[in-house]
Design a binder for this molecule. Structure first.
Ligand SMILES: [Zn+2]
Length: 429
């Protein structure tokens, strides 16, 4: 018996497309991918049957780096470098946030992600207990970290909150929610504070999510203060003892990359954010050739204004070709893997991001009827180079249908729109 059976669908597997197949799902996992004929016997016993005719089933996209409630501030202040953007626009506005705004800002981000084919996100922000509640209610998968800034007056309280978040939510619903510690960045976390974070990570056996080596200025300041790059300095402090998700890593040396490869430091590559904030282009093909796990993120939805992962996949596939004058620098399959299975690994999931038996049933059905899907020589290339994220028609997380025929089933969109209107008026006042 299956909880859910998707029939008559083209399935993107790791070994290519299986045309007109069926996917059987039980207890949140894919139990088999089979021919429509084989599936016909399962139909009568399945609790729910979805006809996938005219659609392409693909693994949900994994957004490895977000500040999701910051969608409230998208298009609020743009065309600034990171530090100016933070100091003059974002930090003063964030000071006006509360649980209510974070609740609807998070719902907004989740609605946007489910609508654009993303089924997992890894977030660093505050009011994270509220974020976790919204994740629980909406059914999406998330890895949450409380942003920790040692320079903030609430620095020690934030550590307590991150520890509480971990104890309350880590492992929730068969790992639908996981928790990391979120030291924000070298420029907001002095060494003495990082030592407290590291001690807490040992107490809880928790992984780390941190912005590292994002801008030239950050690297120069750390080198000036310590004689070491941010990566080498964090390594020396002992931050990398467990698992680390490092966002950006734009300005890294060969030695940095060796440290990362050796100490299980995975990268959240956010190409659009790095371009828009004029931070630079991370040496991703070089990292991959050293065996570093690289996922993709939007760093959104504020610094790059959206949480559209298909855009990041496309940028990953194109940007590095131009930088290295090499059309094979990141082939379509590698970019797609970064947006799916490699991102999953970066978040510690080893049974997510591929449509195969035994993998978690986080699945997106794309409507392939648009003109931009014709002709259909290669569906993987279409997803990477020509699809539109609005083609996502049905979104499934842990075997549960969260969006069906473009209708969100766990979010009241009308109410959400009204609440975001209210927030908009509040933040400009
Ligand atoms: Zn970020």
């Amino acid at each position: 018996m299956s909880d859910l059976l998707i029939t008559h669908v083209d399935v993107l597997t790791a070994d290519g497309i299986k045309k007109n197949h069926a996917i059987a799902i039980d207890n949140g996992y894919i139990t088999s991918i089979l021919s429509v004929e084989e599936a016909s016997t399962l139909k009568s016993s399945a609790k729910e049957v979805l006809n996938g005719k005219g659609q392409l089933a693909a693994p949900g996209l994994i957004n490895t780096h977000t500040h999701i409630a910051m969608g409230l501030f998208r298009n609020y202040a743009d065309d600034l470098e990171l530090m100016e953007w933070l100091e003059t626009a974002i930090w003063p506005t964030e000071a006006k946030l509360n649980d209510n705004y974070v609740k609807y800002g998070t719902q907004l981000g989740i609605a946007e992600m489910l609508r654009s084919g993303t089924t997992t996100f890894s977030d660093m922000y505050f009011f994270m207990n509220t974020t976790a509640e919204v994740v629980k209610e909406t059914g999406i998968r998330a890895v949450l970290s409380r942003g920790l800034a040692g320079v903030s007056p609430t620095a020690d309280q934030a550590l307590v909150e991150n520890a509480d978040l971990f104890r309350t939510w880590h492992g929730f619903d068969n790992d639908r929610i996981k928790v990391l510690l979120g030291p924000h960045a070298p420029y907001t976390c002095p060494d003495a504070y990082l030592e407290k974070v590291i001690a807490l990570s040992h107490d809880l056996n928790a992984g780390i999510h941190m912005h590292l080596s994002e801008t030239k200025g950050e690297v120069e300041n750390v080198v000036k203060a310590t004689g070491k790059t941010p990566i080498a300095h964090m390594h020396e402090l002992g931050l990398f003892w467990n698992t680390t998700l490092a966002a950006h890593c734009v300005h890294v040396t060969d030695e940095d990359m060796d440290i990362m490869a050796e100490h299980n430091v995975a990268v959240a590559h956010n190409p659009q954010s790095n371009l828009k904030l004029a931070s630079g282009i991370a040496p991703i093909p070089e990292m991959i050739s050293k065996g570093i796990t690289v996922g993709l993120g939007t760093d959104g939805s504020a610094s790059n204004n959206n949480a559209d992962m298909l855009e990041e996949v496309r940028l990953a596939a194109t940007l590095h070709k131009a930088r290295l004058y090499d059309p094979k620098a990141i082939p379509a399959q590698v970019a797609w893997n970064m947006g799916t299975v490699e991102g999953a690994k970066a978040l510690g999931y080893h049974d997510l991001g591929i449509l195969a038996e035994g993998y978690r049933a986080d699945i997106v059905l794309y409507d392939v009827s648009g003109m931009h899907w014709m002709p259909r020589y290669n569906d993987l290339a279409a997803l990477v180079y020509s699809a539109n994220s609005a083609d996502a028609n049905t979104t499934i997380v842990a075997g549960k249908v969260l969006m069906k025929d473009r209708e969100l089933l766990t979010i009241d969109e009308e109410k959400l729109r009204a609440e975001i209107k209210k927030a908009e008026q509040f933040f400009v006042s």
